[in-house]
Ligand binder design. Structure first.
Ligand code: NAD
Length: 456
């Protein structure tokens, strides 16, 4: 099948490379010329395990091409995926300008029947809006005869495991519009996704608004589990319970399960924060406020500052002269994505209180430098006390505390004796509950986790 994917970011690039791997002829369009030039030269602009090999292999096989030309993308496509960003606006709503810009270009350029598949996360009603924009552009050109159905196919991949998630999805949600054009679109997508449904049917068919809402409902549910556990962890500290024992105890209940029950420094990334806010915005606009989701969001905002509160309780509000080490900057392991990462909040707050911060991340260092420079553009002086180091050990020298912010594998089992000897004060503030408090106590390292019976 001839497939075009518009957007070469986390979702678009993975979609394009995986569909090419499955044998489709894929053109991937992005309006960012530097990104396309890099991709054409065999480079990959994001860190995602396995993606560079997949892109290179399929490019060399001639099944995957990159371009900035929408004309080429539209001309090539039997199916066209929209996988562009839907960033949050000031009021929390999703900014649809990129999605609608793609729709306008499709309407202006289309000369044959097409199935448009929206993979971007968009509020209910966007599928209809995209359809209207395309139909209107076709009408202006006198091309009303062309069939162009807009389908919703939200993406559920996780950064860091994106290829595995795309290739072996739990489910594929597809919303199709009513009528013959919708039926044809369903047939076309059944064919495209057939390799995923060989063992059992994974596709959940529904109407477009339900598919659009499914994506937000899924992210809100997962965010709820995290905030629920973070709030429970605060109580665990107060009552002398260990949240990790509680996690194991409730996770063993099959009705609850083990996923997304880890207390920590709060969720970040490009999806949960923005999608919960966008959902609240949609709900408010329809007079149906989401009280649970709004509490989830508020708990998360506070949770991102929780470790800073621990530091100031131990060391006072003025952190001048303190050297604080940070392990992990990306919002989660196996990605360099810094969008809404808790590290941004923590590091800025520590610097603002006068601390010197030495930070290490296995892959997100340069992206962190870029976003932190942006975050602190109004206080460039703060950045002088931030040192991004190449090795996890380099940040420990003479440190007053180590804050663990991302659970990269390489931080799971450090050489604790060496860590203790390098630090001025052997103190770990474990924002991901990676370590065993009893073991660290035995090694003479002070330890505070999230809800691990912290006696502060
Ligand atoms: P991204 O910012 O990494 O990539 C978007 C790409 O689209 C960029 O390269 C940008 O240059 C390009 N683009 C924007 N407008 C364009 C246009 N008019 N023409 C051509 N290219 C254009 O975004 P992402 O993380 O891949 O997210 C894309 C969508 O998928 C969002 O709606 C997001 O919420 C959703 N989503 C993301 C994830 C994730 O883990 N990142 C998971 C599921 C769903």
């Amino acid at each position: 099948m001839n497939v075009t994917v518009v957007g070469a970011g986390y979702v678009g690039l993975v979609t394009a490379a995986c569909l090419a791997e499955l044998g489709q002829r894929v053109v991937c369009v992005d309006h960012d010329q530097a990104r396309v030039v890099l991709l054409q030269a065999g480079g990959v602009p994001i860190y995602e395990p396995g993606l560079d090999e997949l892109v290179q292999r399929n490019q060399q096989a001639g099944r995957l091409r990159f371009t900035t030309s929408m004309a080429l993308g539209v001309e090539h496509a039997e199916v066209l995926f929209i996988a562009v960003g839907t960033p949050p606006q000031e009021d929390g709503s999703a900014d649809l300008q990129h999605v609608l810009a793609v729709a306008r270009q499709v309407g202006r350029l289309l000369t044959h029947d097409l199935v448009v598949v929206n993979k971007s996360t968009v509020p209910v009603g966007t599928g209809e809006a995209v359809q209207r924009v395309i139909d209107e552009a076709l009408r202006v050109r006198g091309c009303q005869g062309l069939a162009c159905a807009v389908v919703s196919n939200p993406e559920f991949l996780k950064e860091g495991a994106a290829i595995e998630d795309f290739m072996r999805p739990d489910r594929i949600v597809i919303g199709v519009p009513p009528g013959p054009a919708g039926a044809r679109a369903r047939e076309c997508l059944s064919q495209l996704y057939a390799p995923f449904n060989r063992h059992h049917e994974r596709t959940v068919w529904m109407d477009v608004p339900s598919a659009e809402l499914t994506k937000y409902a899924a992210n809100a549910m997962l965010a709820t589990r995290i905030s629920f556990m973070n709030e429970m962890a605060l109580l665990a500290d107060r009552v002398g319970a260990d949240i990790d024992a509680v996690r194991r105890g409730i996770g063993a209940d099959q009705r609850i399960g083990h996923s997304f029950l880890y207390a920590g420094t709060g969720y970040g990334g490009s999806c949960f924060p923005k999608d919960t806010r966008a959902l609240m915005h949609t709900a408010a606009a329809h007079g149906s406020p989401m009280r649970v989701v709004s509490a989830v969001e508020a708990v998360n905002r506070m949770q991102k500052r929780h470790l800073v509160g621990m530091v100031t309780q131990l060391m006072g509000e003025d952190l001048s002269g303190r050297r604080l080490a940070v392990w992990g900057l990306s919002f989660k392991p196996n990605t360099n994505d810094m969008r809404e990462a808790p590290s941004r909040v923590v590091i800025q707050a520590l610097l603002a209180r006068g601390a010197t911060v030495l930070a290490h991340d296995p892959v997100a260092g340069s992206e962190a430098r870029r976003v932190l420079t942006e975050d602190m553009a109004a206080q460039p002086g703060l950045l002088q006390r931030l040192h991004l180091e190449e090795s996890p050990e380099a940040v420990l020298l003479d440190a007053d505390a180590l804050l663990v912010l991302t659970e990269w594998k390489c931080f799971h089992s450090p050489d604790f004796a060496r860590l203790r000897d390098l630090m001025r004060e052997p103190l770990i503030l474990d924002g991901r509950n990676l370590y065993d408090p009893a073991l660290l106590q035995a090694l003479g390292i002070a330890y505070l986790g999230i809800g691990r019976r912290n006696a502060l």
